[in-house]
Design a protein around this ligand. Structure first.
Ligand SMILES: *Cc1c(COP(=O)(O)O)cnc(C)c1O
Length: 431
């Protein structure tokens, strides 16, 4: 199996057709619970000595296929799927950390993650120092005695900065803390952070992996490479009162973290993925490689075209020669740079509003990674709850328009934007 290439694994990994009545498609197991053979079997499943399903909050056969497939595609040890990308991030951090712990994070993050780290987790005693991620040394400089994780996005949403994962992984290793990478925008088809030293990879499955804008989902993939016995993680080396004295690092070894995510994280925080959504996400995942290639091609062509439009002040796409991230993109994203493009429009907020109100193919909404093209003005929407300084550091300027370029015909996309540009007040263009 391991010699198979990405496209083949995306279609087959984790699904044994002999196990499911010969169904070629992965079936939806829409069942809350699973009948035990007898009381010994039941006890065995609860104490982990007998493999098997117990209750869908913990696992489910449809979800299990998706977990195995995503593990294979990211090159990890094991995975847990969750109800959303946000819950994947929260469950990871709540499983890993305790009050008093500290995170060093990139300042270029998805708005929801930024809020979790800057506002919500501090209420629970976990604090974060945000750093400019363009220099890996900044992570080391911000590391404290109580630092227990480094958190980054491989391709920041919406700043579109490509991070030097390998350099940051070296700093994480030197400080004996795991590197957690949100790989949502890049997708496993374009980039596998584990190859560069990431210990835990997270995705919002809602975006490119599902791809059709129908289902929320998230995943936590454990590389199985982090040494939890280094003295900094008593959660894994001391008997867990939450699981009848289990010592995770001894009982589960390399799988200590991902096992704790499932048997304590899913059990206690409850962010299980619906099997129906897992089924939908599997349909999307099957075609990820061809879709993300097309998204990337369309985005590069549209970004190039935007550079020549008189209404546009700047264009950011990591595949452009003019991008300051081009060198890193050549290393980390040689197959394509995904489908997000940002640009500034002349006339700032008013022009941006006109533009997003006028497109007909691009839908005005808060999502990315759909096959259909999407447009939004983050400063007034997705990043509205952030302070001006936080907006600035997450890369959201007032004039910024974010496109999630779909897989429509490229000429139709250019035409749609051209017509929308024509609605901007000509006075705005001379300012
Ligand atoms: C959307 C997104 C999330 C959150 O995922 P949901 O599925 O919406 O909960 C996290 N990280 C990134 C980079 C995202 O784009």
């Amino acid at each position: 199996m391991s010699t198979q290439k990405f496209a083949t694994k995306a279609l087959h990994a984790g699904h044994d057709v002999s196990q499911n009545g010969g169904t070629r498609a992965v079936p939806i197991y829409q069942s809350t619970a699973y009948v035990f053979d007898d009381s010994d079997d039941a006890a065995g499943r609860f104490n982990l000595s007998v493999p098997g399903f117990i209750y869908t909050r913990l696992n489910n056969p449809t979800n299990d296929v998706l977990e195995q497939r995503l593990t294979a595609l990211e090159g990890g040890l094991a995975a847990v799927v969750t109800a959303s990308g946000a819950s994947a991030i929260a469950t990871t951090l709540l499983t890993l950390l305790r009050a008093g712990d500290h995170i060093v994070a990139s300042n270029s993050l998805y708005g929801g993650t930024y809020n979790l780290l800057s506002v919500t987790l501090p209420r629970h005693g976990v604090t974060t120092t945000f750093v400019d991620p363009s220099d890996p040394a900044n992570f080391a400089k911000a590391a404290q005695e109580n630092t227990r994780a480094i958190f980054i996005e491989s391709l920041g949403n919406p700043k579109l900065d490509v991070l030097d994962i390998e350099g940051i992984a070296k700093e994480a290793k030197a400080h004996k803390v795991p590197l957690i990478v949100d790989n949502t925008v890049a997708t496993p088809s374009l980039l596998n952070p584990i190859e560069y030293g990431a210990n835990i990879v997270i995705h919002s499955l809602t975006k490119y992996i599902n791809g059709n804008g129908t289902s929320l989902g998230g995943v936590i993939i454990d590389a199985g490479t982090f040494d939890w016995t280094n003295g900094k993680f008593p959660e894994f080396t001391e008997p867990s009162p939450g699981y009848h004295g289990l010592v995770y690092s001894e009982a589960l070894e390399a799988a200590a973290f991902i096992a704790k995510v499932r048997i304590e994280g899913l059990r206690d925080y409850g962010s299980a993925l619906s099997p129906f959504n897992a089924f939908q996400i599997i349909q999307g995942l099957e075609t990820l490689e061809v879709r993300i290639k097309k998204h990337s091609e369309n985005a590069l062509e549209l970004a190039t075209w935007l550079q020549d439009q008189k209404e546009v002040t700047w264009v950011n796409y990591p595949g452009l020669e003019s991008s300051k991230y081009k060198k890193l993109a050549d290393k980390y994203l040689p197959k394509g740079q995904s489908g997000i493009v940002t640009f500034g429009v002349k006339g700032g907020y008013e022009s941006a509003k006109k533009l997003v109100d006028s497109t007909k193919v691009f839908s005005l909404l808060a999502n990315i990674g759909d096959t259909k093209s999407l447009i939004i003005h983050p400063a007034s929407t997705t990043h509205q709850q952030l302070s001006d300084e936080a907006q600035e550091s997450t890369g959201v300027t007032k004039d910024l328009i974010r496109l999630s370029v779909g897989i429509e015909n490229i000429e139709d996309l250019k035409h749609d934007l051209k017509e929308a540009f024509a609605t901007i007040d000509s006075k705005a263009l001379v300012s």
